[in-house]
Design a binder for this molecule. Sequence first.
Ligand SMILES: Cc1cc2nc3c(=O)[nH]c(=O)nc-3n(C[C@H](O)[C@H](O)[C@H](O)COP(=O)(O)OP(=O)(O)OC[C@H]3O[C@@H](n4cnc5c(N)ncnc54)[C@H](O)[C@@H]3O)c2cc1C
Length: 494
Amino acid sequence: MAAIVIAGGGTAGLAAALALGRRGHRVRVLERGDAPPDGPAVESAQRWRRPGVPQAVHDHILNALGVRMLRRHAPDVLDGLLADGARLLDLAAAAPGGPAEPGEEELVTLVARRSLLDVVLHRAAAAVPGVSVSHRTTAAGLLTAPAGPSGHRVAGVVADTGERIPARLVLDATGRRSASRSWLAAAGLPVADDLSGPSRLHAYGRFYRLRRPCGPLPGPLNRGNAAGGIWGHYSAVLHPADNDVFAITLGALPGDRAMAALRGAEAFTAACRLSPYLAPWVEEDAAEPLGPVRATGMPPNVLRGAATDRLRPVRGLLPVGDAACTTDPMFGRGLSLALAHAFGLAELIDGRPEADDRLARDAAGLAERLLRPWFDKGVHDSRLRVRQWREATGAAADREPARPPEPPGPPVPPVPAGLWAAATAAAAADRAVWRGLTRIQTSLATPAEVFADPAFLDRVRASEGARPGPAAPEGPRPPTPAELRHALTAREGG
Ligand SMILES: Cc1cc2nc3c(=O)[nH]c(=O)nc-3n(C[C@H](O)[C@H](O)[C@H](O)COP(=O)(O)OP(=O)(O)OC[C@H]3O[C@@H](n4cnc5c(N)ncnc54)[C@H](O)[C@@H]3O)c2cc1C
């Protein structure tokens, strides 16, 4: 009997397998997709077909929380990624002047294509004695067993092959469509409702390779880890990736026919040429496109009921990663939360011979501490962004198809909007305030933690009363909605 079965071998499942295996547990991962091909990691990642992880063909960055997790729990994986061409980019490169402080060395982003991260993680996990990964094997349902007068517990998994796999503990790492809700319903085990809030945005992304990898970059990384910005009615952001590759992603409201033209290569390039900081990167002699423009709808923010203790948690089943909580990808924290969750659960599971109520409650407590603040912030920020973009684009967004009414949302993060705006304004000139907000942006600290610091609040309030300093030099201006639409319509069908 495998002591622990993990359904799903994406980032969360592989990280959990690595951490549990290295603690001496016997782990079997069931993954419905193919194994990464043999050979050098970069080539393997490029050749790996992953229909089960459709987002892998889109830009991914690993924020500072994720880097902290790798440094603490799997430094060999981080070293392997860096040896294979991933890079750490320093966010302080875009900070206002002022003294750097201890702790700022944590403010970095790891840039690598998503499948490279998973190949390196896969090889590390599969090399651990006691860990096995069964590919082309779908977890199709749960085995349950009576657990005293108080009901049943999960006792294993049934695979699509019909194989019955008993286990002390099952981790659901099946990603954002989490399989366990339907499994639990089929097994007659009740769980709390999921919480959700829509993201509502569409993303259009394309990868490129620099033609002169050893030369200077075509343009500055004005955000430290990225070029471009999130503008008043759309976003246009470039992230370097591993080796000499970079990705550009444009974000827009759905239901806007002009913006839907971004699926076409010509319209996409035209939008990049108009967008601040991006134009030099898409010049013919700077970079070659690596494939077509890929479009996707952003998944909603979801906190799964099975990950919480709003109803008595199910014993023997722990959701992890996106299967527990999905956050709007525009905020780039899903991978980091998946790693932090997987390593956190491994610590809880370690030393617990029984998959009992206590483990279930502790796991729900971990989800509440680690995931809930980012779910709440995701819901709040997604709504705010959509509202702002709708106001800026006016009638164009009215063509969005009618949707069912939204369920009541969670509370907004516990920071009044005025205070948040004051901190954002102060961060442009005050290094300490910049540091606090950057720690939130990179998931190293929650808004509640940063805004509870009296020194941080003093600096924000002082800046509110202070006479404005010399105006910062104005950056390049993004196109107006009309200018962008005109450029796209002129090239529609191109
Ligand atoms: C467009 C887009 C861009 C994103 N960009 C970023 C970013 O820049 N930074 C960031 O941090 N996050 C980003 N994310 C979020 C990130 O992709 C997820 O948070 C991450 O994939 C979560 O990992 P996971 O292992 O939980 O799930 P997944 O990566 O989805 O893995 C789930 C695995 O389970 C397998 N599986 C599913 N069902 C079964 C079953 N029944 N049996 C066996 N196997 C099964 C699948 O094949 C898959 O391998 C982005 C997401 C999207 C959609």
